[in-house]
Design a protein around this ligand. Structure first.
Ligand SMILES: [Zn+2]
Length: 207
Protein backbone atom coordinates (compact mmCIF):
# COMPACT_ATOMS: atom_id res chain seq x y z
CA UNK A 1 0.00 0.00 0.00
CA UNK A 2 1.22 3.49 -0.76
CA UNK A 3 0.26 4.48 2.77
CA UNK A 4 3.10 2.27 4.09
CA UNK A 5 5.82 3.91 2.00
CA UNK A 6 8.08 6.60 3.34
CA UNK A 7 10.50 8.48 1.13
CA UNK A 8 13.40 7.23 3.30
CA UNK A 9 13.01 3.56 2.41
CA UNK A 10 11.97 4.17 -1.16
CA UNK A 11 14.34 3.25 -3.94
CA UNK A 12 13.83 2.94 -7.68
CA UNK A 13 14.76 -0.51 -8.94
CA UNK A 14 15.89 -0.51 -12.54
CA UNK A 15 16.51 -3.56 -14.67
CA UNK A 16 19.67 -3.44 -16.71
CA UNK A 17 18.67 -2.05 -20.05
CA UNK A 18 20.80 -0.12 -22.47
CA UNK A 19 17.95 1.82 -24.11
CA UNK A 20 17.85 5.59 -24.20
CA UNK A 21 16.38 6.83 -20.93
CA UNK A 22 14.44 9.52 -22.74
CA UNK A 23 12.43 7.13 -24.88
CA UNK A 24 11.97 4.09 -22.67
CA UNK A 25 11.41 3.28 -19.00
CA UNK A 26 14.27 0.95 -17.95
CA UNK A 27 11.99 -1.47 -16.04
CA UNK A 28 9.40 -1.77 -18.80
CA UNK A 29 8.30 -4.83 -20.71
CA UNK A 30 7.14 -4.28 -24.26
CA UNK A 31 4.22 -5.61 -26.29
CA UNK A 32 6.39 -5.01 -29.33
CA UNK A 33 8.17 -1.99 -30.70
CA UNK A 34 6.71 1.07 -28.90
CA UNK A 35 4.58 3.35 -31.07
CA UNK A 36 5.76 6.80 -32.22
CA UNK A 37 3.14 9.44 -33.01
CA UNK A 38 3.59 13.21 -32.96
CA UNK A 39 6.75 14.37 -31.15
CA UNK A 40 6.21 15.66 -27.62
CA UNK A 41 8.20 17.08 -24.71
CA UNK A 42 6.15 15.77 -21.78
CA UNK A 43 5.35 18.16 -18.93
CA UNK A 44 2.86 16.08 -16.95
CA UNK A 45 1.38 12.66 -16.21
CA UNK A 46 -2.26 11.49 -16.33
CA UNK A 47 -3.37 8.43 -14.38
CA UNK A 48 -6.10 6.13 -15.67
CA UNK A 49 -7.57 2.69 -15.05
CA UNK A 50 -8.48 0.31 -17.83
CA UNK A 51 -11.97 -0.76 -16.66
CA UNK A 52 -10.97 -4.22 -17.87
CA UNK A 53 -9.05 -7.42 -17.34
CA UNK A 54 -5.34 -7.97 -17.94
CA UNK A 55 -2.97 -5.44 -19.50
CA UNK A 56 -2.65 -7.73 -22.52
CA UNK A 57 -6.40 -7.83 -23.13
CA UNK A 58 -6.57 -4.04 -22.74
CA UNK A 59 -3.66 -3.61 -25.13
CA UNK A 60 -5.40 -5.67 -27.81
CA UNK A 61 -8.60 -3.66 -27.42
CA UNK A 62 -6.76 -0.33 -27.45
CA UNK A 63 -4.63 -1.14 -30.46
CA UNK A 64 -7.67 -2.29 -32.43
CA UNK A 65 -9.28 1.10 -31.72
CA UNK A 66 -6.17 3.24 -32.31
CA UNK A 67 -6.07 4.27 -28.67
CA UNK A 68 -3.49 3.73 -26.01
CA UNK A 69 -1.42 4.76 -23.04
CA UNK A 70 2.31 5.17 -22.72
CA UNK A 71 2.19 2.59 -19.92
CA UNK A 72 -0.11 -0.18 -18.75
CA UNK A 73 0.59 -1.58 -15.28
CA UNK A 74 -0.72 -5.10 -14.74
CA UNK A 75 -2.09 -6.45 -11.47
CA UNK A 76 1.21 -8.28 -10.84
CA UNK A 77 3.06 -4.96 -11.05
CA UNK A 78 4.66 -5.48 -14.46
CA UNK A 79 4.97 -2.28 -16.47
CA UNK A 80 4.30 -2.47 -20.22
CA UNK A 81 5.29 0.42 -22.47
CA UNK A 82 3.18 1.10 -25.60
CA UNK A 83 4.51 4.47 -26.80
CA UNK A 84 7.89 6.17 -26.79
CA UNK A 85 8.19 8.87 -24.14
CA UNK A 86 8.84 11.58 -26.71
CA UNK A 87 5.61 10.71 -28.54
CA UNK A 88 2.02 11.81 -28.00
CA UNK A 89 -0.75 9.30 -27.46
CA UNK A 90 -4.47 10.06 -27.37
CA UNK A 91 -5.74 9.04 -23.93
CA UNK A 92 -7.77 11.77 -22.25
CA UNK A 93 -10.51 12.99 -24.62
CA UNK A 94 -11.59 16.54 -23.86
CA UNK A 95 -9.36 17.48 -20.92
CA UNK A 96 -7.08 20.15 -19.50
CA UNK A 97 -4.66 20.25 -16.55
CA UNK A 98 -2.78 23.35 -15.39
CA UNK A 99 -3.56 25.01 -18.70
CA UNK A 100 -2.24 22.20 -20.88
CA UNK A 101 -3.76 19.36 -22.93
CA UNK A 102 -2.94 15.94 -21.45
CA UNK A 103 -3.23 14.47 -24.95
CA UNK A 104 -0.44 16.74 -26.20
CA UNK A 105 1.77 17.11 -23.11
CA UNK A 106 1.27 14.19 -20.72
CA UNK A 107 2.62 10.70 -20.25
CA UNK A 108 -0.41 8.41 -19.85
CA UNK A 109 -0.29 5.64 -17.25
CA UNK A 110 -3.10 3.10 -17.01
CA UNK A 111 -3.63 0.61 -14.18
CA UNK A 112 -5.27 -2.67 -15.15
CA UNK A 113 -8.36 -2.52 -12.94
CA UNK A 114 -12.11 -2.74 -13.31
CA UNK A 115 -12.15 0.55 -11.41
CA UNK A 116 -15.43 1.81 -10.04
CA UNK A 117 -17.92 -0.95 -9.25
CA UNK A 118 -21.63 -0.93 -8.51
CA UNK A 119 -22.74 -1.04 -4.87
CA UNK A 120 -22.83 -4.87 -4.95
CA UNK A 121 -19.10 -4.86 -5.87
CA UNK A 122 -19.76 -6.06 -9.40
CA UNK A 123 -18.18 -4.78 -12.61
CA UNK A 124 -20.25 -3.52 -15.54
CA UNK A 125 -19.81 -7.07 -16.93
CA UNK A 126 -21.41 -8.52 -13.78
CA UNK A 127 -18.23 -10.04 -12.30
CA UNK A 128 -18.04 -9.96 -8.51
CA UNK A 129 -14.81 -8.36 -7.21
CA UNK A 130 -14.03 -10.07 -3.90
CA UNK A 131 -11.37 -7.63 -2.68
CA UNK A 132 -13.41 -4.50 -3.46
CA UNK A 133 -12.89 -1.44 -1.27
CA UNK A 134 -15.03 1.56 -0.36
CA UNK A 135 -13.23 4.85 -0.93
CA UNK A 136 -14.44 8.34 -1.84
CA UNK A 137 -18.08 7.27 -1.30
CA UNK A 138 -17.90 4.56 -3.97
CA UNK A 139 -16.85 0.92 -4.49
CA UNK A 140 -13.65 0.07 -6.38
CA UNK A 141 -11.38 -2.75 -7.44
CA UNK A 142 -8.25 -1.57 -5.64
CA UNK A 143 -4.84 -1.56 -7.29
CA UNK A 144 -2.70 -4.40 -5.94
CA UNK A 145 0.28 -3.51 -3.72
CA UNK A 146 2.55 -4.53 -6.63
CA UNK A 147 0.71 -2.17 -8.96
CA UNK A 148 0.95 0.71 -6.51
CA UNK A 149 4.71 0.22 -6.02
CA UNK A 150 5.26 0.08 -9.79
CA UNK A 151 3.10 3.18 -10.26
CA UNK A 152 5.12 5.10 -7.69
CA UNK A 153 8.46 3.93 -9.13
CA UNK A 154 7.39 4.88 -12.64
CA UNK A 155 6.10 8.33 -11.64
CA UNK A 156 9.24 9.10 -9.62
CA UNK A 157 11.47 7.97 -12.49
CA UNK A 158 9.51 10.09 -14.99
CA UNK A 159 9.64 13.16 -12.75
CA UNK A 160 13.38 12.77 -12.24
CA UNK A 161 14.39 11.90 -15.79
CA UNK A 162 11.96 14.06 -17.75
CA UNK A 163 11.99 17.01 -15.30
CA UNK A 164 8.25 16.68 -14.68
CA UNK A 165 6.96 18.52 -11.61
CA UNK A 166 4.83 16.40 -9.26
CA UNK A 167 2.04 19.01 -9.33
CA UNK A 168 1.66 18.24 -13.04
CA UNK A 169 0.45 14.70 -12.19
CA UNK A 170 -3.32 14.36 -12.37
CA UNK A 171 -6.00 11.74 -12.31
CA UNK A 172 -8.11 11.68 -15.48
CA UNK A 173 -11.15 12.70 -13.40
CA UNK A 174 -9.36 15.88 -12.32
CA UNK A 175 -8.55 16.94 -15.88
CA UNK A 176 -11.63 15.83 -17.84
CA UNK A 177 -14.08 18.32 -19.35
CA UNK A 178 -16.83 18.50 -18.30
CA UNK A 179 -16.01 17.64 -14.68
CA UNK A 180 -17.64 14.32 -13.75
CA UNK A 181 -17.20 12.78 -17.20
CA UNK A 182 -14.56 10.36 -15.86
CA UNK A 183 -13.94 8.59 -12.53
CA UNK A 184 -10.37 7.40 -13.01
CA UNK A 185 -8.10 6.90 -11.27
CA UNK A 186 -10.31 7.60 -8.23
CA UNK A 187 -10.37 5.11 -5.38
CA UNK A 188 -8.37 2.49 -7.29
CA UNK A 189 -5.27 3.87 -5.55
CA UNK A 190 -5.04 4.05 -1.77
CA UNK A 191 -4.13 7.75 -1.63
CA UNK A 192 -6.00 10.82 -2.86
CA UNK A 193 -4.37 12.47 -5.87
CA UNK A 194 -3.24 15.34 -3.63
CA UNK A 195 -1.52 12.84 -1.29
CA UNK A 196 -0.04 10.94 -4.24
CA UNK A 197 1.50 14.12 -5.67
CA UNK A 198 3.13 14.85 -2.30
CA UNK A 199 4.50 11.28 -2.05
CA UNK A 200 5.98 11.43 -5.57
CA UNK A 201 7.56 14.79 -4.75
CA UNK A 202 9.11 13.44 -1.52
CA UNK A 203 10.46 10.34 -3.26
CA UNK A 204 11.79 12.38 -6.22
CA UNK A 205 13.99 14.58 -4.05
CA UNK A 206 15.63 11.66 -2.18
CA UNK A 207 19.25 11.33 -3.42
ZN1 LIG B 1 -9.01 7.64 -18.24
Amino acid sequence: MLTNISSENYKVIEKNRSHSKIKLFPSADFFGEPIMQNPMVPTGITLHYSAGGSAVSSYRHLKANNLGYHFLIDRNGSVHQMYYLDSTCYHAGNATWKGESPNKKHIAICLASFGQLNKDNRTCYGNLICDAVERQNAHWEPATPEQEISLLQLCVWLCKNLAIKSEKICGHSEACVPVGRKQDVGGVISLSMAEFRILVHKCSVVR
